[in-house]
Ligand binder design. Sequence first.
Ligand SMILES: [Zn+2]
Length: 72
Amino acid sequence: MTEPPARLPHPRRHWTPGTCWRCEAREVPVLWLGPVQTSSGTGSFTACDPCVRRLETYVRRELALRDTAPAF
Ligand SMILES: [Zn+2]
């Protein structure tokens, strides 16, 4: 079994106590991932470590698909 790749440092990676907007866990360390725009306005999307890892999987999949998409 291979180890997952080390996470790259990110200048805005700052874990703070809060609520995960993905799994709704409360009072856990969360990371700000970006703004969320809805019809009600813009919010700050934060997620806990397990959810961040899951979202990173989605991002890696999307990037892999983008890299293999034909160029037009
Ligand atoms: Zn979560």
